[in-house]
Design a protein around this ligand. Structure first.
Ligand code: SAH
Length: 374
């Protein structure tokens, strides 16, 4: 098997929107709408209703093993599953922490590219953090994924398969806490989801469509996190999918944001925030502003004050993320007293603030630590 070697590390500020063209993974049932599945099944010489049966197996029972599809004629099973359930993700390694309730899964894709996803089980819900690209072209200097560069976009089915893998682990009782379901999906793994727009929207549709078309997860439980690709935020607002939008702001002023989130050289803080307010106006969904607190870089009280003035009186909340360490970075998380002062200053503007309960740091599975190395 040929393997995809990762691209060279980008130079500071370099943005990569399109990866070198590569062979695409085989088509999978999860890439297709129900109408397309029926057409695909008919093309294979089977009755279109077989598409509904296959969809029930996959999205309801989380099953793609032909030997368990006893409602299908034996001859059709092999043919249909070979054609519609190619192996897209191969497990390389799984690491767990928090007594088994946080699990990082490392996957090899068909071409050797590596991606990671993280399952986090809480008392009342389970969240799957998924990757949308192998690597990332957005080059944020504090993020391990960004430092490695973009390998390629993932397909809709490659994204969906990560959720299905998590759902299988939960359904089988493999995760402490008894059998469970995936309630939330966050596009906060590797990649910039809005730079892989079409595949990501397809994946969101598969996640929210009720069975047998899809997994039936509430759109409200799905969060798309972006560096701030303004035109794509506008498009997302018109999809009729009330997903939660999270914007990785990290600085309220252009001077600093140009260096922390290099896409800011294209779309400035004011433009990103305008796009966010348009998103709330159209979807009535509260936008989340992500802000990684980096000691002595972006955690000054005056920046909290400026941020508060920019976003007050909007349908918004701020999610502060204590910076997670990444290889080769000199930056660290803010001092506790600076974090507290930052929170107070924001709250003085009436802005709701939460500090993310970051999971998985011990297994390099926390925000910004996914580098998918073997
Ligand atoms: N590309 C998307 C999703 C990536 S990760 C985005 O940028 O929004 C999800 C969040 O983790 C982003 O807000 C990202 O900026 C943040 N993050 C990246 N590296 C981090 C680090 N080292 N510590 C804390 N948060 C980090």
């Amino acid at each position: 098997m040929s393997t995809v070697s990762p691209p060279g590390a980008p130079v500071p500020g370099q943005l990569t929107f399109v990866a070198r063209p590569r062979a695409k993974p085989a088509r999978h049932l999860a890439d297709l709408t129900m109408a397309e599945r029926r057409a695909a099944v008919a093309e294979l010489g089977e009755k279109p209703f077989r598409a509904d049966q296959l969809s029930r197996h996959y999205f309801e029972k989380l099953n793609s093993d032909p030997s368990l599809m006893t409602d299908l004629p034996a001859a059709a099973r092999e043919k249909l599953t070979t054609a519609l359930f190619p192996t897209l993700l191969t497990s390389v390694r799984e690491m767990t922490t928090d007594s088994g309730t946080t699990r990082k899964m490392l996957w090899r894709l068909f071409d050797g590219a590596l991606v990671e996803s993280v399952l986090m089980r809480y008392t009342d819900r389970t969240t799957m953090c998924v990757s949308s690209q192998a690597g990332c072209g957005m080059n944020c200097p504090f993020c391990a994924t960004g430092q490695a560069g973009l390998t390629r976009n993932m397909t809709t089915a490659e994204i969906v398969e990560q959720v299905v893998a998590g759902a299988r682990a939960l359904a089988s009782g493999d995760v402490p806490g008894g059998p469970g379901r995936v309630n939330n999906v966050v596009f906060m793994g590797m990649g910039e989801p809005l730079a892989n727009y079409k595949a990501v929207i397809g994946a969101v549709r598969r996640m929210v469509e009720p069975a047998p078309d899809g997994l039936g997860i509430s759109a409200r439980g799905i969060t798309v996190s972006t560096v701030g690709l303004v035109p794509a935020i506008g498009k997302l607002a018109d999809e009729g999918l009330p997903v939660t939008l999270a914007v990785s702001l990290h600085a309220p002023d252009d001077e600093l944001r140009d260096t922390l989130v290099p896409i800011n050289t294209r779309w400035k803080v004011a433009e990103v925030l305008d796009a966010a307010w348009e998103y709330t106006a159209k979807t009535k969904r509260r936008v989340s502003i992500e802000y990684a607190l980096i000691k002595d870089i972006n955690d000054q009280e005056w920046r909290a004050d400026l941020l508060g003035r920019l976003i007050k009186n909007q349908l918004v909340h701020v999610n502060l993320i204590p910076l997670n360490p990444t290889p080769g970075s000199k930056w660290t998380a803010s001092r506790p007293e600076d974090e507290r002062a930052f929170v107070r200053r924001l709250e003085s503007h009436g802005v709701p603030v939460t500090v993310r309960d970051t999971r998985g740091r011990e297994i390099d599975g926390a925000c910004g630590q996914l580098a998918a190395a073997e």
